[in-house]
Write a protein that binds this ligand. Structure first.
Ligand SMILES: [Zn+2]
Length: 222
């Protein structure tokens, strides 16, 4: 049997759309995700992924405290186990903590529903044990979502948080370029994706706070 070319094109297109949707949380095809806060307020939310880092996260917390800014930290379970005191400090200083899987492995993006649920639940238990707070915020590693992750998130009643400004701080070598990119993209309700595990993280944060002040943006948390 010969499959007509048009059918092949449609199949390829469907695969492309499903794949693209897995990389674009904002489309909400697999699970609802918050990628922006209120467009009516001149406020943004700073979020930090992949910590807690024993050296850089405390520096980030110092800068936030100096500037009286609260942020959300999406923590990796294994790193939280290694640095519980830093997680406690986050909570004590008014920040929020969220789940960023047990070890940020690429395997999570292709995990079965059961494996994904186990991973997220383990991470949640670690963060809940450390903080004494029921942790419900979740950010998928690499921003990847799919039906299995969606089912796990639904069963655990987690709230998925995406972003509207990606700093590319893990990719761009020049921290000034990172700061200027974020500064140009600022908008009401922006959720800014940063990391607290890089040598450049403290300087980038200082630069972004400067940009926020210049453009008269306040910060908020969800
Ligand atoms: Zn990450």
């Amino acid at each position: 049997m010969v499959i007509p070319a048009i059918t092949l094109i449609l199949i390829a297109l469907a695969v492309l759309i499903l794949f693209s949707a897995s990389l674009n949380m904002g489309w909400g095809l697999y699970l609802p995700a918050i990628t922006r806060l209120s467009p009516l307020r001149k406020e943004v939310m700073l979020t930090f992924d992949d910590g807690p880092h024993p050296v850089y996260t405390p520096l980030i917390l110092d800068i936030l405290r100096e500037n009286r800014i609260q942020a959300v930290f999406f923590c990796i379970g294994e790193k939280a186990l290694e640095n519980p005191g830093i997680v406690v400090r986050m909570i004590n200083e008014g920040h929020k903590v969220g789940i960023h899987t047990m070890n940020h492995s690429v395997g999570f993006t292709v995990a079965s529903k059961l494996m994904a649920e186990k991973d997220l639940d383990n991470c949640r238990k670690i963060l809940t044990d450390i903080t004494g707070i029921d942790i419900v915020l979740f950010r998928p590693p690499f921003g990847v979502t799919n039906p299995n992750i969606a089912k796990a998130v639904k069963r655990l009643k987690l709230k998925t948080i995406g972003w509207s400004i990606r700093s590319f701080d893990t990719i761009k070598k020049d921290e000034h370029k990172v700061i200027s990119k974020v500064g140009k993209e600022l908008h009401n309700g922006a959720i800014i994706l940063l990391h607290d595990r890089l040598n450049s993280s403290p300087n980038i944060l200082r630069g972004i706070i400067e940009a926020l002040k210049k453009q008269d943006y306040k910060t908020t948390i969800i």
